[in-house]
Design a binder for this molecule. Structure first.
Ligand code: ACM
Length: 534
């Protein structure tokens, strides 16, 4: 019934009936969870719960933090005919207890309008905790801008599924979505494109047509503060991504001096991987650090994602300044094994140059007390040994980068496209689905996903912080479409990162019948445009 499935749940006889006279008592640390409970159940029930007049009364709902009883994010939830007690190991644990409590009620408890009925909570004893500390979802707000209201709605949905990281992919070739005070043209110019490719990019460019409709948008500092605060109240960390040194065409269009000068730069109107990347001159590195400085002011996240994916080396190979930098740094005859034998691995001097850039950004972030996160291409300059040891690798092309990084002692977030890329088709019959980037990622495959690859030993496995679902939005122009791609796959993903991976998991059919189908009624009440089950 509860999704993600709690680690331990025992049904008991009886039930507790919620009324407007129910009292709600919370210790100081449980204040946000108490607010969340009132916010969640107030609209449907009309109940406005206050504290008991007799502080010693054990009846009603009590929310408490007790770190001696449970670990971080863990909780117990006990319902008897006398009352409801949630004890969390920390404030997040109590909040997750509240999310479970909501799901013990009928689905219409999720309605945004008043429902006239009795509200019985079945008696249960639950103890629960997450398997992974990083339970993420990435939203690409750059290919198609997603309005703040949708980001807030998504944060509520992540919280309902006990997910705790929202990674915002803020910059791309096709748009720059974060206002940066020092560089106003990033949004004046970089946040807008005059039109967008119609249909799929995988066809001859001679056949390309464009929609003639300008597209754009960005978040102001005020918007970001609101998003970050809204997320924090729901125990979600917003991890910002500034994708560098590739995927920077919108920035280069705004400030051409960031580029390599081979061709004029425009905010891209099509999808794919642009060969136009930033140069790595001192002034450009200063720009990157300035942008990160603004990011650090706005986002309190301990983790800052600096991209690093899909950076073609064509321009650096032809660029005098990049070649000069390679020579100055002695990267031309360098090798990953330190033997000075350039034949020792497949790394090019330009790969080594990107690894140097990664190190520069990681050092800058470390000096500010934050950790660099990068896509798995950051390993290409010579593997984990060549990176600062606090770098986090997000493994997307497969699990291989994550395995290499974890074995090399780096922390890892698993995000392999084969299992958790929600821009992939949900059916093999593409004609029955809206246009998507490709691939095939059915719900059952997401459900079966296990973030720790079998070949990792315990020491390496301990470096896997968790996993993350990705929604890239080249082919996802609207928020309704984003919901369609995210749900119900995100429900299955929530189970993959919450459940204890040590034992057997329910058959997929059991998951669907016992947990997902009742859960979809909740998503109906919330008005989520999920894809129907097959
Ligand atoms: C990616 O999908 N380029 C990280």
């Amino acid at each position: 019934m509860i999704l993600p499935q709690p680690q331990h749940l025992e049904r008991r006889d009886g039930a507790y009936t919620l009324t407007n006279a129910t009292t709600l008592r919370a210790d100081d640390a449980s204040g946000p969870a108490a607010d969340a409970l009132r916010r969640a159940l107030g609209p449907a029930t009309g109940f406005t719960w206050g504290p008991p007049s007799d502080p010693a009364s054990a009846a009603g709902i009590t929310l408490t933090v007790d770190a001696a009883r449970h670990g971080p994010e863990a909780y117990s939830l006990t319902v008897t005919s006398d009352g409801i007690e949630i004890i969390g190991g920390d404030a997040a644990g109590v909040f997750y207890g509240v999310q479970s409590l909501r799901q013990l009620l009928p689905a219409d408890a999720f309605s945004s309008s008043r429902v006239d009925r009795t509200w019985e909570v079945p008696a249960v004893s639950i103890t629960d905790r997450p398997r992974f500390g990083w339970r993420g979802t990435m939203l690409d707000v750059a290919r198609h801008f997603m309005p703040k209201a949708f980001v807030l709605e998504l944060i509520d949905l992540l919280a309902l599924h006990k997910l705790n990281v929202l990674h915002l992919h803020l910059t791309e070739d096709q748009g720059w979505r974060l206002a940066v005070e020092k560089y106003p043209r990033l949004t004046e110019v970089g946040a807008w494109r005059p039109e967008t490719l119609v249909g799929h990019a995988h066809r001859p460019e001679s056949e390309y047509t464009f929609d003639g409709t300008p597209h754009g948008g960005f978040y102001t500092a005020e918007d970001v503060r609101e998003i970050v605060a809204y997320a924090a109240e729901r125990f979600i960390t917003v991890v910002p991504e500034i994708d560098m040194p590739g995927h920077m065409l919108a920035a280069i269009a705004a400030y051409p001096e960031l580029g390599n000068g081979f061709k004029p730069a425009e905010v891209w109107k099509r999808w794919g991987i642009s060969e136009q990347v930033i140069n790595l001159e001192d002034s450009t590195l200063d720009f990157c650090r300035d942008v990160l400085a603004e990011v650090l002011r706005l986002f309190p996240s301990p983790y800052v994602h600096c991209g690093g994916d899909e950076c073609p080396k064509t321009e650096w190979k032809a660029s005098e300044s990049a070649q000069r930098r390679i020579a100055e740094l002695g990267l031309a005859d360098d090798s990953a094994d330190g033997s000075g034998d350039p034949g020792g691995d497949t790394r090019s001097p330009e790969d080594a140059l990107q690894a140097w850039f990664t190190g520069q950004m990681a050092d800058y972030l470390a000096a500010q007390g934050r950790r660099f996160v990068g896509w798995d291409e950051v390993l290409e300059g010579g593997g984990p040994a060549r990176l600062p040891d606090d770098v986090v690798v997000m493994s997307w092309r497969s699990e291989a980068g994550g395995i290499e990084a974890a074995r090399g002692g780096l922390d890892v977030v698993m995000a392999p496209c084969q299992y958790v890329y929600f821009d992939y088709y949900q059916s093999e019959d593409h004609d029955s689905e809206p246009l998507a980037i490709g691939g095939h990622l059915p719900l059952a495959k997401v459900y079966a996903y296990r973030p720790i690859p079998g070949e990792l030993d315990a020491e390496a496995a301990a470096h896997v912080l968790g996993a993350q679902a990705q929604l890239w939005t080249e082919y996802v122009p609207t928020t309704e479409h984003a919901e369609y791609m995210l749900f119900p796959r995100l429900c299955a993903f929530a189970e993959a990162v919450w459940r204890d991976g040590s034992g057997e998991i329910d058959e997929y059919d059991v998951f669907v019948a016992e947990r997902l189908r009742p859960h979809l009624e909740r998503l109906d009440a919330l008005g989520v445009n999920y894809r129907a089950l097959d």
